[in-house]
Design a protein around this ligand. Structure first.
Ligand code: CS2
Length: 493
């Protein structure tokens, strides 16, 4: 039997499976209060689940309108299931939660009018986003990247936007003109000061439309910084089978995730919001400490493992972390080169935190593909690897393991260039074309290849590559990566 509203009702009447949780509120009467842009697996496993838990406890008008930016696949699957889907939490103990909060699913590329209608509805109090780092359309200086085609389009067509930022501006413009109170905007992607950066981009984009609108947004719309954490690999056939055997229902759009879940939100939201605090969300004035810690430790270790693990031929995080030499490298990296760069939030033991994260990577039930993490290196490496390098340099600390990660990334790109028949297919990165072109001209001479790569326009921060020591160390690591029969033997000890 397929998962949908009527099979759910049957299940609600007969439910006797303790590890299958069902919506407890009335889905028909609850209104939509949140629009979420970027309806990937992560939103459905994380923010939507927190909201679901609040509605299970307290009800409330916090139904979600989930917006896919382009792809209509998920919309079709969810439509056949009345928006219902299962979150499979696979950890020491498995748990399956059927989520009812997703009341509407739209595709922005085809249904922009409906998206804007929903975003301008007075019942919509919050707009949240998971559009990945590149979806913020910022350049390396953190300003709106007006050279991007999508931003140029939105500047010229402010009422028919294509970017998430453009949609936020267009909807806020309508609310402003109609004197409807603004919604607040919650950025949920892994970039430092995500809310602040998003606000900057949105206000800059609004400025092309009207300075008065930009001023109104700057003073009336809250963009809290947030830290989000929950390992959520892509859904696989195995997930579908697991969910079916646990719930007895066929769900074509489940998500899988680990047991751990954390959401920290800057405490500045005005107006109504779900009582997320009651289900474990932390509201604090110091999100930056949490964000910084998580980005550098969890995401930093993830990227290191992804590039080095791929060079060793591993497919998943679990396989890579099960290699004792890779695990020892991660421990060295975090203890000696990452933790010293972090100003920990009060009371947080960073060594213990990092070991808990490594233990999360060791969850055998989570098949998290290294390729998934390795994507978008040109955006992730600067935040996860280069910023700690810079901090260490400023404090006379060494960087051997971090330089090795940069070298592994360059080799990862070089391997893709060798493999690629169709450039952009092989390397998943907004700068794929530039990266592959560079790597295709590599000659195998470490010094020349590294120089070509790191001095390329707009790739690595200038102040870093102007430091001859940085270049020398990355080159040395790259030479070792190139010449070693087994790169595990040349990992910094
Ligand atoms: C990962 C993250 O793909 C990646 O870059 O590092 O998605 C990571 O799994 C999450 O941030 C965990 O909270």
């Amino acid at each position: 039997m397929r998962l949908d509203q009527s099979s759910l009702i049957k299940l609600q009447n007969s439910q006797n499976k303790p590890n299958v949780l069902l919506p407890k509120y009335n889905r028909d009467t609850c209104k939509i209060g949140i629009v979420h842009l970027g309806l990937g697996a992560f939103h459905r496993s994380h923010q939507a689940l927190y909201t679901e838990k609040v509605m299970n406890e307290q009800g409330g008008d916090w139904g979600i309108c989930g917006v896919s930016m382009r792809n209509a696949d998920l919309q079709q699957k969810l439509a056949a299931q009345d928006g219902l889907y299962t979150v499979a939490v696979t950890d020491k103990q498995d748990e399956f939660q059927i989520v009812g909060a997703l009341k509407e699913v739209l595709v922005a590329a085809h249904q922009l009018d409906k998206v804007l209608f929903r975003m301008t509805d007075a019942d919509t109090k919050l707009v949240s986003l998971t559009v990945t780092e590149k979806g913020y359309c910022l350049n390396s200086a953190g300003e709106l990247d007006t050279e991007l085609e999508i931003i140029q389009h939105d500047i010229q067509n402010p009422t028919q936007p294509k970017s998430a930022l453009g949609m936020i501006v267009a909807a806020l413009a309508i609310r402003w003109e109609k004197s409807v109170a603004p919604f607040n905007v919650i950025a949920c992607d892994n970039l430092p000061a995500n809310g602040e950066k998003l606000k900057r981009g949105v206000v800059q984009l609004a400025g092309f439309y009207s300075q008065a609108l930009a001023g109104w947004i700057a003073s009336n719309v809250q963009f809290p910084n947030t830290m989000v954490d929950c390992i959520t690999p892509h859904t696989e056939d195995k997930t579908l089978a697991l969910v079916e055997s646990a719930t007895g229902l066929t769900d074509l759009a489940p998500v899988q995730r680990e047991g751990f879940n954390q959401w920290v939100i800057e405490d500045c939201l005005t107006g109504d919001k779900p009582d997320w605090q009651s289900v474990g969300v932390i509201f604090t004035s110091n999100v930056n400490g949490f964000e910084h810690t998580k980005l550098r430790i969890l995401n930093g270790l993830h990227s290191a493992l992804a590039y080095i693990g791929r060079l060793c031929g591993y497919e998943t995080v679990y396989q890579a972390i099960s290699d004792s030499r890779l695990k020892a490298f991660l421990i060295k990296l975090v203890d000696e080169e990452i933790i010293p760069t972090i100003d920990a939030p009060a009371g947080l033991d960073l060594t213990a935190y990092s070991r808990d994260i490594i233990a999360r990577f060791e969850n055998p039930k989570i098949r998290h593909l290294l390729e998934q993490i390795a994507c978008d290196g040109s955006i992730k490496i600067p935040v996860r690897t280069l910023e700690p390098i810079n901090d260490n340099l400023n404090n006379q600390r060494t960087n051997n393991a971090l330089y090795f990660v940069v070298a592994a990334w360059i080799k990862f790109v070089a391997n893709k260039a060798k493999l690629s028949a169709d450039d952009t297919e092989q390397l998943n990165d907004p700068k794929a074309r530039q990266l592959l072109e560079l790597a295709k001209s590599f000659t195998g001479n470490a010094a020349q290849d590294v120089a070509l790569f790191i001095y390329a326009e707009g790739l690595l921060p200038k102040h870093l590559v102007e430091n001859p020591l940085v270049v020398q160390y990355i080159t040395e690591s790259y030479r070792q990566v190139l010449t070693a029969d087994d790169i595990r033997c040349v990992l910094p000890q």
